[in-house]
Design a protein around this ligand. Sequence first.
Ligand code: DP6
Length: 349
Amino acid sequence: WVRIVTGQTPTNIAVIKYWGKRDENLILPINDSISVTLDPNHLCTTTTVAVSPAFDKDRMWLNGKEISLAGDRFQNCLREIRKRATDVEEEEKGIKIAKKDWENLHVHIASYNNFPTAAGLASSAAGLACLVFSLARLMNVKEDQGQLSAIARQGSGSACRSLYGGFVKWIMGKSEDGSDSFAVQVTDEKHWDDLVILIAVVSSQQKETSSTSGMRESVETSLLLKHRAQEIVPKRILQMEEAIKNKDFPSFARLTCADSNQFHATCLDTTPPIFYMNDTSHKIISIVEKWNRAETTPQVAYTFDAGPNAVLIARDRKAATQLLQRMLYYFPPGADADLNSFVVGDKSI
Ligand code: DP6
């Protein structure tokens, strides 16, 4: 017999960034972070997991190519899920798995991303969250979303925020074992559905410095990061939660842009400095800043993760349409265009 489960998990984009760990192995952050989960129809990972007595080892395929499961992060997630596995019975298929059997059973995992992996579009977040979610269902794990998010966190920090829709907060926690470091939903996906998220793909190439090593170097060398984590982010988290709850776009945009810029400033403050944005990214920032200042109230917020691609959050459909028109004007399409394409991260446009 074979038991099969499929899950789908969208990616998330941080509006208050996670950058820096206090524990590398358990993946515990130095500050809280807040993200928005994208629409599952657009940027997401689909993962099918299967178990059968015929499988002789754990194996995984990513976008059709077999990859190694040897890394600590995969192994930590697998172990934590296996520990919590419970009895499974599917009478019509003749499947009966007792809790103790799971230790000796192997899984096959097939995962697909519908967007470029490692292009700074947070594919690891969706991937690891989906892996944990699908395995938990396969093994009939009874833990709630919060506890599953703490397991996904051990795969990739930002993954813990992808187990919920809407706006999500990753609480950094204080304990050394990481038991209080997990994600909670701030508001659900229906709360602020005027927002339209567009991603301007500046480059779909793999980034030079991974988030994991970049943040390690920043923790080791940047004084600005220390100040940010201790003094700035705690206040910003409270203000951001207020802005989201009140659907206060001017405050939301101000905080989102400021936090993205400060995150990239900590990258510059790292020795040796890390450059994630390029000239096209900077041009996009100038266009948005200029436009927002020309209006009575801001129309668009921008944020950049560990790569040059811009995530643009428009206050509504009208602003999103105008944004696209502006982008086409400043970046005319053509063979040597600076902007490759737009990915719509939201169903409303
Ligand atoms: C800039 O979650 O990819 O996107 O925990 O080492 O796997 P690891 O790092 P990762 O870092 C994401 C960094 C970020 C900001 C964010 O998503 O909060």
